[in-house]
Design a protein around this ligand. Structure first.
Ligand code: SAM
Length: 197
């Protein structure tokens, strides 16, 4: 049990804690900065029950493995690669939010608001769903950083499936809002989420 308090355990768990705190507080603060405090609720922290449970299970996996297989957590090139994924995923997601500005809402809009403009510039020139791509990289990165083999695979599958279902739903409304303009944009630019058209 003392392995949790080793340098490895301390560093990897601290990185995980900081990554989670930074991700959620920055989502909330950016939402307030873009939409105004009166329009933002605590749901913009993006912490659902399922998500909290997944993160808790991943920490339990980490603790079980550092106790029974401490060598697994010593693959520093894997852990540092995960840390790089966390940073790159975070940068990609926040760049997307800032680029889309008021058009970016945490909940998918099913009615077009006047200020809602089609965003095709900046990072949206390279991919249609940079914030989803960023979150996929960030979330899998947290597990790679912890050298958690089971949660890394589980996060990749669950988060990918979540976006694979969400993207067609979101794009159904984007086509309603922007018509041909969106159809042409979607033909030209990939989704940014692997194996999602
Ligand atoms: C959580 S944001 C995600 C945006 C985008 N899918 C991404 O990954 O960066 C969802 C909202 O963004 C809007 N949205 C998505 N792509 C957009 C675009 N290219 N231009 C304007 N609004 C967009 C949708 O209408 C939806 O209400």
């Amino acid at each position: 049990m003392t392995e949790i308090f080793s340098d490895t355990g301390f560093r990897q768990l601290t990185q995980m804690f900081l990554a989670i705190i930074f991700f959620h507080t920055s989502e909330y603060i950016l939402a307030i900065a873009i939409h105004g405090a009166s329009k933002v609720t605590l749901s913009s922290l993006l912490i659902s029950k399922h998500y909290a449970l997944a993160m808790l299970i991943s920490v339990l996996e980490y603790i079980a493995e550092i106790v029974f297989f401490p060598g697994l957590k010593q693959h520093w090139w894997i852990s540092n690669f995960g840390l790089t994924m966390i940073i790159l995923g975070e940068i990609l997601r926040k760049t997307a939010i800032i680029t889309a500005g008021r058009s970016f809402t945490h909940l998918i809009k099913i009615r077009r608001e006047e200020h809602h403009k089609l965003v095709t510039e900046g990072v949206y020139q390279i991919m249609r769903h940079p914030s989803y791509s960023g979150f996929l990289i960030w979330s899998v990165g947290t597990q790679v950083m912890l050298c958690n083999p089971i949660s890394a695979i589980a996060f990749a599958v669950v988060v990918w499936r979540f976006f694979a279902e969400r993207i067609p739903y979101e794009e159904h409304y984007l086509k309603q809002f922007f018509g041909r303009q969106y159809v042409e944009y979607a033909q030209r630019v990939p989704s940014g989420v692997p194996f999602v058209n």
